[in-house]
Design a protein around this ligand. Structure first.
Ligand code: GTP
Length: 282
């Protein structure tokens, strides 16, 4: 999937020099897709930095899968990680404190923490929660935060916000689909039909009970992704002239339910599915 907004390339260069100036990095990923929403070049520019991977939106991810991810990061690859809901102060502060605890602090100087992550993972939300006021723009559209800003927090900490950045070519294809499903890539950059089929397949395979709970009219549950989308479209009145099912509309409805958590707590990827095509070098 090609995704190339101009400001992101520039940001990558700026990110590298900005990282050099801070004491610690708080990397925000989406708890439902911690691998696909990780920044693949962060490791290279963050060598030797204190780091924590914050699995945000844990409130809408599958709890057992999130636990498995925490074990994967903390135990297997020894990268400190915490799962939080970005609007809960206690959870956000706890993650920040465990990061700051890694830093060899000089009390006379402020500890500089930078929040990094791809678009839409909740960086601004976490910052607002930590600051106790609205300091950053938030929104459900990728790349809302454009310019870096500094906020002073209690405990002699300065926190820097950075724009959500994505790399120009996303590979493998599955990663692109998972990212698109989460809303990290704008809907115009990918084929909605493909995302919807991919989402329907995931739901049928792993979360049939969530489907039945949200769409009780699915009785029996269709076996194929295409049939699932059509059945939802039919029951929810997503119809075109002549009574034909409006596939695009039906697909949007399911994707919206999935993204918002209305379909239940759903994780898009599990550690046990890690595939060798992925850059698992975190
Ligand atoms: P960019 O500016 O594009 O880089 O986005 P960002 O990473 O700053 O994300 P932002 O804080 O704007 O959040 C994106 C969307 O996710 C918003 O609709 C938030 O309300 C939502 N969101 C953020 N954190 C959480 C969370 O912990 N749980 C849930 N359910 N939604 C969240």
């Amino acid at each position: 999937i090609q995704w190339f907004p101009g400001h992101m390339l520039e940001t990558k260069k700026q990110l590298k020099s900005a990282v050099a100036k801070v004491d610690a990095l708080l990397e925000v990923v989406d708890a439902r897709l911690p691998l696909s929403s990780s920044n693949p070049f962060l490791k290279r520019i963050a060598t030797g930095k204190n780091r924590i991977k914050v699995l945000n939106k844990a409130d809408i991810a599958n709890p057992e899968t999130t636990q498995a991810w925490l074990e994967y990061f903390n135990r297997e690859i020894k990268l400190p990680a915490a799962a939080i809901c970005g609007t809960r102060l206690q959870e956000a502060s706890h993650a920040l404190q465990s990061l700051v605890a890694q830093v060899d602090r000089n009390k006379a100087r402020k500890t500089k923490v930078m929040v990094v992550g791809i678009p839409n993972t909740g960086k601004s939300t976490i910052l607002n929660t930590l600051a106790g006021r609205k300091v950053a723009k938030t929104g459900n559209v990728p790349a809302v935060t454009r310019h870096q800003q500094r906020t002073s927090l209690k405990g002699n900490i300065d926190i820097y916000d950075t724009p959500g950045i994505l790399w120009p070519v996303i590979e493998p294809r599955q990663r692109g689909l998972v990212l698109a499903m989460s809303g990290a890539i704008s809907d115009t950059a990918v084929d909605y039909h493909d995302i919807a089929l991919f989402a329907a397949q995931l739901l049928l395979e792993r979360y049939p009970a969530c489907l039945v709970a949200r769409y009780p009219f699915l009785n029996p549950l269709p076996g194929a992704p295409q049939d699932l989308i059509e059945s939802v479209g039919n029951a929810r009145g997503c119809l075109k002239k002549g009574g034909y099912i409006d596939f695009q509309k039906a697909a949007q409805l399911i994707i919206r339910d999935l993204r918002s958590g209305r379909l239940g707590r759903i994780s898009f990827e599990r550690p046990k599915d890690i595939n060798t095509n992925y850059d698992t070098d975190q």
